[in-house]
Design a protein around this ligand. Structure first.
Ligand SMILES: [Zn+2]
Length: 487
């Protein structure tokens, strides 16, 4: 057999297909050289899912006692997956860095098995609404990211004041290597205002021309603001008022408008953080008609429902836009993941200092956003795979393969294959961890998952062949992460 001057990760489980595993040794330098099965034996996950059976299996595999040779790492029969990709984070550099920044965000990503993030354009100051501002972001990021990153461009309402310039800007940002463009039907951000339905259609035409996709925050502005105004006039400042102002109808109306825009323009349209059964059904129908529509959801929509706002310990932490919905919506989102209607799971990672922005009695004033980048991988294995909502193949696809293909970075990312970047995460499916703000790495330390028990954990994360994070420790310098452009 061929020998490599590479490092070897010995005895890791890799996905064979569906819910089947195979034990393998992985040879790599900065790229994967070879994945060599230890034997032809294919193992069903259910036969090894109990920690007891796993321990017995591990003991059978211990063929070579004594110390491990230099350059070899004992994978301990844990599960190796391709480095996870989070296609929707707000790391805020440069900008609202009192809430989150790239050091903290990318460290949290690495701790959570994530080797690449796609950063949103709207929470930087200035927002990424021109090539000049994209360059400012790149400059601000120098020596600050632990993980690889790509950038979304943005199309804000402000940009429509100069329509000719808008067209050029979209073209130039596309050429400069953004993965797509983000717009809002309803934005709370003064520097990045929302678009009317007509403007959204114009934006879609421009984005279609440069072959990228338009990602949209889909809540109907008129419906939400009318109700918000009414509730505020009545001094209704509780979570219920917020929740009712941003109900399913607001999401349904916005997505219905986007389906029409997709029909008219042929532009790829992606719904970010979809939250309702009605939304999933609209995307399913559009896809069945051959329209280039897609959508993502996030762990909070898959786990919590409206009734969780009644828990005062997490009520303010759970605030997002759109808010989590009802039990049936949650179930529809899981179905949407398993039948392929939803393309991947992101976190919409958006943190703040909870002592400053999560304590108000007035729910309208509470900052909306959850810093979730480090919990998503463990969440999906614990609550998706191990609770039977997803197969192992689906879980891996949703975390890594699908986003890599979707954003055209799959020439080097998203797959455990020879020639690909040696990005991977070692997952322990035979452990338990209690989620706690104290253990978080993001700048703002709070989570609605506080106290929840996940039955999976990320043990180690590798990026381009180097361990970047293991067992509570960062292993490379900030700045190791690189900017990745679409193929
Ligand atoms: Zn977002």
């Amino acid at each position: 057999m061929e020998q490599y001057p590479a490092r070897v990760l010995r005895h890791v489980f890799i996905l064979y297909k569906d819910n089947q595993l195979q034990l393998a040794d992985v040879f790599f330098d900065d790229r994967i050289k070879e994945i060599r099965p230890v034997s032809d034996r294919v193992i069903d996950l259910k036969d090894i899912q109990s920690p007891q059976n796993w321990k017995i299996f591990k003991q059978q595999m211990k063929t070579k006692p004594g110390p491990i040779p230099a350059g070899e790492i004992d994978g301990e029969c844990m599960l190796l997956i391709p480095g996870a990709i989070d296609a929707h984070v707000h790391f805020n550099t440069p900008g609202y860095e009192d809430r989150e920044d790239f050091e903290h965000g990318s460290l949290a990503a690495a701790a959570g098995g994530v080797t690449m993030v796609m950063d949103m354009p709207c929470t930087s100051v200035p927002p990424v609404d021109s090539v000049h501002h994209l360059e400012r972001k790149r400059e601000a990021l120098r020596k600050r990211s632990l993980v690889d990153h790509a950038f979304w461009g943005g199309i804000s309402g402000q940009m429509f004041s100069d329509p000719r310039n808008l067209e050029q800007t979209v073209d130039k940002l596309s050429d400069a290597g953004v993965v797509g463009f983000k717009s809002y039907f309803l934005s709370g951000m003064p520097d990045f205002s929302d678009l009317t339905v007509q403007q959204m259609q114009q934006a879609a035409m421009l984005v279609k021309k440069c072959g990228k996709m338009l990602a949209v925050h889909a809540e109907d502005k008129k419906l939400v603001l009318e109700r918000q105004k009414k509730f505020q006039q009545q001094q209704k400042n509780d979570w219920q008022a917020y929740w009712f102002s941003r109900d399913i109808q607001a999401e349904r109306t916005a997505i219905t408008n986007l389906v029409k825009i997709c029909q008219k323009t042929g532009c790829r349209i992606h719904i970010v953080h979809i939250s309702s059964a009605a939304g999933v059904e609209l995307v399913r129908q559009a896809k069945s008609q051959g329209l280039p529509m897609s959508a993502e959801t996030c762990p909070h929509y898959l786990h919590f429902t409206k009734s969780d706002f009644e828990n005062p310990a997490i009520c303010n932490y759970l605030k997002t836009a759109p808010p989590v919905k009802d039990h049936d919506d949650k179930e529809a989102l899981w179905s949407g993941l398993s039948d392929g209607t939803l393309s991947f799971v992101t976190t919409d990672h958006a943190g703040c200092d909870p002592a400053k922005e999560k304590t108000s009695d007035n729910f309208w004033e509470v900052y909306g956003g959850i810093p979730g980048v480090e919990h998503r991988v463990a969440f999906l294995f614990s609550e998706g795979l191990k609770k039977g909502q997803l197969t192992l193949q689906q879980t891996v696809s949703l975390l890594a393969e699908n986003p890599a293909q979707f954003f055209a970075v799959s020439a080097q990312k998203g797959f455990l294959k020879a020639g690909f970047d040696a990005d991977f995460a070692l997952i322990n499916l035979w452990t338990e961890q209690k989620i706690s703000a104290d253990l978080m790495h993001s700048k703002g330390k709070y989570t609605p998952f506080e106290g929840q028990l996940f039955t999976a954990a990320v043990n180690e994360t590798y990026l381009r062949g180097n361990c970047v994070y293991t067992q509570g420790q960062r292993k490379v310098e900030f700045g190791y992460g690189q900017w990745i452009k679409p193929n």
